[in-house]
Design a protein around this ligand. Sequence first.
Ligand SMILES: Nc1ncnc2c1ncn2[C@@H]1O[C@H](COP(=O)(O)OP(=O)(O)OP(=O)(O)O)[C@@H](O)[C@H]1O
Length: 261
Amino acid sequence: MKEAIVVKHLKKSFGSKVVHRDVTFTVYDREIFVIMGPSGTGKSVLLKQIAGLIKPDDGYIEVYGMDILSLDEEKVIEFRETLTYVFQSGALFDSYPVWYNVAFYLIEKKGISEREAKKEASYYLSLLGLSGTEDLYPSELSGGMRKRVAVARALCMNPKCILFDEPTSGLDPVMTAIFDNLILKLRKELGKTCVVVSHDVNSAFRIADRIAILWNGTIVEVGTPEEIRNSSNPVVKQFINGEPEGPITEMMERENEQINA
Ligand SMILES: Nc1ncnc2c1ncn2[C@@H]1O[C@H](COP(=O)(O)OP(=O)(O)OP(=O)(O)O)[C@@H](O)[C@H]1O
């Protein structure tokens, strides 16, 4: 299996707050890899480091053979076109119509004419069930539609790999299922590698080839949905069963005691 993303011994702190102590994992080409874990364990920070938006303190990140922590100018462009990050909020420009949001990279960075870029944007919007929204503004769309526009924008760059930060947060169960199908379709029909940060256990089990559980600065387990469901690791068990008592809450209580001491 071809490696898409290799993360080795990643370390990241913000001041005295240690977020990642030692994070190591591999994502394979065309895999749907879901990263889960309790709130505040550093899932978004991990994605942002892979996307080159935050610099790790130490460790190694490779994306399709590129060592992303030491890219020269030429490779930076190749990296940007290999991997895209879809922000949790969608991060759309409110003052531009939908089509321009989607075509932004093509027009601003690739110098493609607005006419051609709009055609391309319309194609990706139709792929995501958003035909007819081209001339609307982001404020006129629902949350789920805005998230899909953000995916269309990512697809316009034709990356090999897309990073999704909580794509289904704030969506109802039906819209969540639609989004899950969309991610499955991106892999099946367009051959994309998808790395998804999610809180939603049902959604993760539905889409993932493998799931990684991040906790206490490290990946405590990686496995297929079946392996994660049957894990004997107390952290994994507490997390996927949503139990109020166990190692996750014990550590939270210890941290609260230290803060209040
Ligand atoms: N730019 C930053 N400066 C300082 N601290 C940060 C910064 N970004 C994140 N953090 C801290 O890093 C920790 C991990 O944050 P992160 O957003 O990655 O968690 P998460 O697992 O994605 O949480 P959630 O599931 O709630 O979205 C948190 O304690 C957060 O406050």
